[in-house]
Design a binder for this molecule. Sequence first.
Ligand code: TYD
Ligand code: MG
Length: 468
Amino acid sequence: MATGKTKTVWFCKECGNESPKWMGRCPACGEWNTMVEETVATGKKTAGVQSVSVPGSSQKPMPLSQIDSSHEQRISLNNGEVDRILGGGLVEGSLVLIGGEPGIGKSTLSLQIPLHCPHLKTLYVTGEESAKQVKLRAARIGGDDSGCMIYSETLMENIIAEARAMMPDLMVVDSVQTMFSQNVESSPGSVTQIKETAAMLLRFAKETGVPVILIGHITKEGSIAGPKILEHIVDVVLQFEGDNRGTYRLLRSIKNRFGSTSELAVFEMTGKGLREVSNPSEMLIPMHEEGLSGVAVSAMLDGTRPFLIEVQSLVSTAAYGTPQRSATGFDVRRLNMLLAVLEKRAGFKLSVKDVFLNMAGGLKVSDPACDLAVISAVLSSNFDFAIPSDVCFAGEIGLSGEIRPVAQTDRRIIEAARLGFRKIYVSSFSSLEGISGELAKLKGKSQGAGIEIVKVADVPSLCRTLFK
Ligand code: TYD
Ligand code: MG
């Protein structure tokens, strides 16, 4: 236990900002009612980011040109999707945080990795489940457990000592909220403990070169000290998203010191762990042969990856005075804006209708290119007029009803063609140089039998061409 005096300080559980007194609103991140009181030991260096900037402190300053970067080793995790979002495998000595709501599949993924990589000596530290529970889970996932050591422990000093003795090729710590260090006098899961745990793991990873995967929970309200406060300590942050009830899980890279961010990987939760979905469009586009009214497909882009997603809408007469607007996976304010545009620029009386919108697969969409599919789905439901299932859309709607071009329209068109779509609606202002060459190449290869590109300038002309 720490010696010396103890004092209490207040921490923001959202961003980790420290304050000597309670405040209603955190001055650093602006969140309300997030300050929690914690005891810290004084007279001795305690938790915090300050203490983590020392790895390799025996080094002297040296010219950039003399630094050898060629030995940056990447370890393949035998999982194409995870390797891809890490930027081509796990970097030695990196600290990777996997965050997500409880039950989303963090433990499953991080156990699945060693089971599918028996050549890697792995130390799997579990503070959350007993070793027996881990065993049962491993039996469900299958694979080869010969390289995997399970260690049920929550005291960080013991964990680091074991890890130093074993020198594994990979270390997994599940979860940061259950670990604690003797250096810090507060309970596991508190801001100081979380920071100290991460700092100790970071020091271990940098000094030994062992990559560490750290799991952290976040709740919907962010009500416990979540991975947010760790984001600036770790090298990579991967976040699990998706609907717990649905079977699809999305893993997004939101910080990566060794690769690009805003990459997205898609998994399906099966009875035997998480299955990679290497072609997400297949899960997100309709199964029905005939078009249904209220359904439109959007050629969207998440990160650097184009894929097609089904947008579903239901428009019905408002049962009560105030019409309802509800959206799953789409910003409801944006939906209201699009409905107002339809009302004003195309004369549709949607104000007396309830409008429901849903994105397939539990995906949260923020790409403005989905606007065009959203209004097409709404109009299609409103008129009860089906859009053929081989038609898709990519365009942003402006306030005056104009259809604006979106980033990388050519890649969206190529993805749509590759998946066998026959027609795509885009903005008339899109520049599409070189697209015909790309499409011709595709034509020779597979089902991309040729896609018709329909350019539309505004909402009224979309209605004219779509519902003629
Ligand atoms: P888990 O990985 O424990 O989530 P987290 O660590 O993020 O809290 O479990 C995710 C859920 O997945 C759990 O409800 C059980 C389910 N599951 C399967 O459907 N198939 C499987 O093979 C496994 C291991 C779990
Ligand atoms: Mg878990």
